[in-house]
Design a protein around this ligand. Structure first.
Ligand code: DGL
Length: 221
């Protein structure tokens, strides 16, 4: 049984790579919907329609489960996809607010995600439930998506863009930076270089891949 992954572009490859490390024997399919990238500022109905098209392509390729390797698509579409494709397990990704809030010493955390993710139910419920008493700075960084799609993840251009976004968060006291968009782990090296000694960068790719592994193993039995 193949495992399908999709994202608006190259972002979700960080989850696919983590899954392949955990399950090297699994067969996988990946759809990068680059024609419609970015998803971040599109209305939820449009993201549902685009996600649906990706899912149909993955199912047509023989996938028996789908990893929505995009925070924005998870926020707008995962409930809807689960209802529409009742027999298909879906794994989604949402900003790792809980571990960040639990580990913060300053009581300030920053979440980097798209506008679509910030307006979704999942993010808002998790923040309400898991970040009580913690100041959560919600920041978008749409230019990071463009950098990653162009393969500019290191070097002067990437560093300048990352510094411009990250410095204000560090100055505001954030000691945990949550990568709430699957494009952003591709810039993790650059983000960590700038945040070094001041903030820990939290990347959920591994945790999502572990969840996908659990479901995949359960289905293989
Ligand atoms: N990779 C997507 C996410 O995780 C966002 C990128 C986009 O705006 O298309 O939210």
């Amino acid at each position: 049984m193949k495992v399908g992954f999709f994202d608006s572009g190259r972002g979700g490859l960080c989850i696919l790579d983590a899954f392949r490390r955990l399950c090297p024997q699994a067969q996988t399919e990946y759809i990068a919907d680059s024609r419609h990238c970015p998803y971040g500022n599109r209305p939820p109905g449009e993201i549902r329609r685009l996600s649906d098209a990706c899912v149909r392509r993955l199912l047509a390729r023989g996938c028996g489960m789908v990893v929505v390797a995009c925070n924005t698509a998870t926020a707008a579409a995962i409930d809807w996809l689960r209802a529409k494709y009742a027999g298909v397990p879906f794994v989604g990704v949402e900003p790792a607010v809980k571990p960040a809030a639990l580990r913060s010493k300053t009581g300030v955390i920053a979440v980097l995600a798209t506008a679509g993710t910030f307006s979704g139910r999942l993010y808002n419920e998790t923040r309400e439930r898991c970040a009580k008493g913690v100041r959560v700075i919600a920041a978008t960084a749409d230019e990071f998506v463009d950098l990653v799609e162009r393969g500019e993840t290191e070097g002067a251009e990437a560093e300048a863009a990352v510094r411009a976004r990250i410095e204000p968060l560090l100055e505001a006291g954030a000691d945990r930076i949550v990568l709430g968009c699957t494009h952003f782990p591709h810039l993790k090296g650059t983000i960590e270089k700038i945040a070094a000694g001041r903030a820990e960068v939290i990347d959920p790719s591994e945790a999502v891949a572990r969840q996908a592994k659990r479901i995949w193993e359960g289905m293989a039995k």
